[in-house]
Design a binder for this molecule. Structure first.
Ligand code: NAD
Ligand code: ZN
Length: 356
């Protein structure tokens, strides 16, 4: 393991291979945090960890319940006897990864972290870039990610065999987040994807390289450079909320991209042919759900509710304008403060499910 202090920024150190082979790299006496479902679906996983004589293996039920203080306490308790040079390995989706990142940051004021993303979303996004957080319940309402840290992983292990148990919906949502990065950051890769659909492995490799390219220039989110990663997220979050989280995050972001293209076109920031090319690529490639879903979701809501949700979004500006990432060309973006009148003008088309 490296000489950099635990959790400090370092370029990713990715290893690819079957989990049992990579597990041999784990120092003895480590602590493992494992998604219970993943352990059940992949019976070789726990024995491979046990062969490394871990101090403890904590199994968590994946999903937002893994990001409670209760789950965090469980991980911290298991890690009590870990020395400062010790290692915590997180095997799971973004939720297990996030809570483990916080635990790795707190234990002994920082122990080493190994991330083993088991969802595509975690592989292309959440297991990279140093962020981890837990949720908080305030007056009965769950607030997502208010208690967070930066704690970079020592290594990322990508074990493609673990992705075989993901549902088509989970594959689509991870793919949409990966396409988001290519659309907003890399025109050459975008054209290659349109010519020939990328394999899952290529999608993961490319998305990780692109996200790292952004994080390396702004590892602790000080300069605003990382904002580009929020492309599609402003209205994506709205759709996720309006669906009462029935819509997956990645599907919501896919639809959020379509709406961001509309806003960009209206403001003259996104050229018409660019928007048309991206929309058809998203339909044919990862399979974005389509505008009827936007209409169905927004139809159940109201303009006022959406305005309230946007206000609550931390990306909203002081005068109620939205700070949005808009596409200026394929692979290039600009951050714009968007007035409420702009998106309100698009509402009739959005609720009819047609392209404005
Ligand atoms: N830290 C970051 O930078 C960052 C970025 C994006 C998202 N996130 C966070 O990530 C979380 C979402 O991550 P997620 O989508 O991976 O969710 P998740 O961890 O809840 O996993 C989704 C579901 O898939 C199951 N699962 C995991 N691996 C599986 C496998 N290989 N086969 C079958 N089922 C499997 C889990 O048990 C769970 O039920 C959110 O909490 C979000 O806030 C963090
Ligand atoms: Zn996202």
């Amino acid at each position: 393991m490296s000489q950099t202090p635990p959790g400090a920024y370092r370029p990713p150190n990715d290893r690819w291979g079957p989990f049992p082979r990579l597990a041999k790299r784990l120092p003895e006496g480590s602590v493992a945090v494992v998604d219970r479902t993943v352990a059940r679906l992949h019976p070789g996983l726990i024995p491979a960890l046990e062969a490394r004589s871990p101090r403890a293996i904590v199994q968590l039920v994946g999903g937002e319940s893994a990001k409670t203080f209760q789950a965090l306490e469980k991980v911290l308790a298991a890690g009590l006897s870990l020395p400062r040079s010790g290692t915590l390995v997180a095997v799971g989706g973004g939720t297990v990864g996030d809570v483990s990142t916080v635990a790795a940051h707190l234990l002994k004021r920082g122990v080493r972290l190994v991330q083993v993303p088991t969802t595509l979303l975690a592989a292309v996004d959440s297991s990279l870039g140093g962020k981890g957080a837990v949720d908080l319940t305030v007056k009965g309402r769950v607030v997502k990610n208010p208690a967070g840290v930066f704690h970079y992983a020592e290594e990322g292990w990508i074990c493609p065999e673990l992705f075989a148990s993901l549902s088509p919906t989970q594959v689509r949502e991870g793919s949409l987040e990966a396409w988001k990065m290519v659309i907003s950051l890399d025109a050459r890769r975008f054209r290659a994807y349109v010519r020939k659909a990328p394999s899952l492995e290529k999608l993961v490799k490319d998305a990780r390289a692109l996200k790292e390219g952004v994080c390396s220039r702004d590892p602790y989110e000080h300069t605003g450079l990382r904002r580009v990663l929020n492309f599609g997220h402003t209205f994506g979050h709205v759709l996720e909320s309006v669906s009462r989280f029935k819509l997956s995050h990645g599907d919501a972001v896919g639809l959020g991209i379509l709406l961001a293209l509309d806003v960009g076109r209206t403001l003259g920031v996104t050229p018409e042919p660019v928007a048309a090319t991206v929309e058809s690529a998203l339909l044919q490639g990862p399979g974005v759900l389509g505008r009827e879903r936007v209409a169905g979701l927004l139809g159940k809501s109201s303009l006022k509710d959406v305005a309230t949700l946007l206000d609550a979004d931390k990306k909203a500006g002081a005068k109620g304008e939205l700070r949005m990432v808009l596409l200026t060309a394929i692979g290039a973006t600009e951050v714009r403060d968007v007035e409420a009148t702009t998106w309100r003008g698009l509402w009739p088309s959005w609720t009819k499910g047609v392209r404005p």
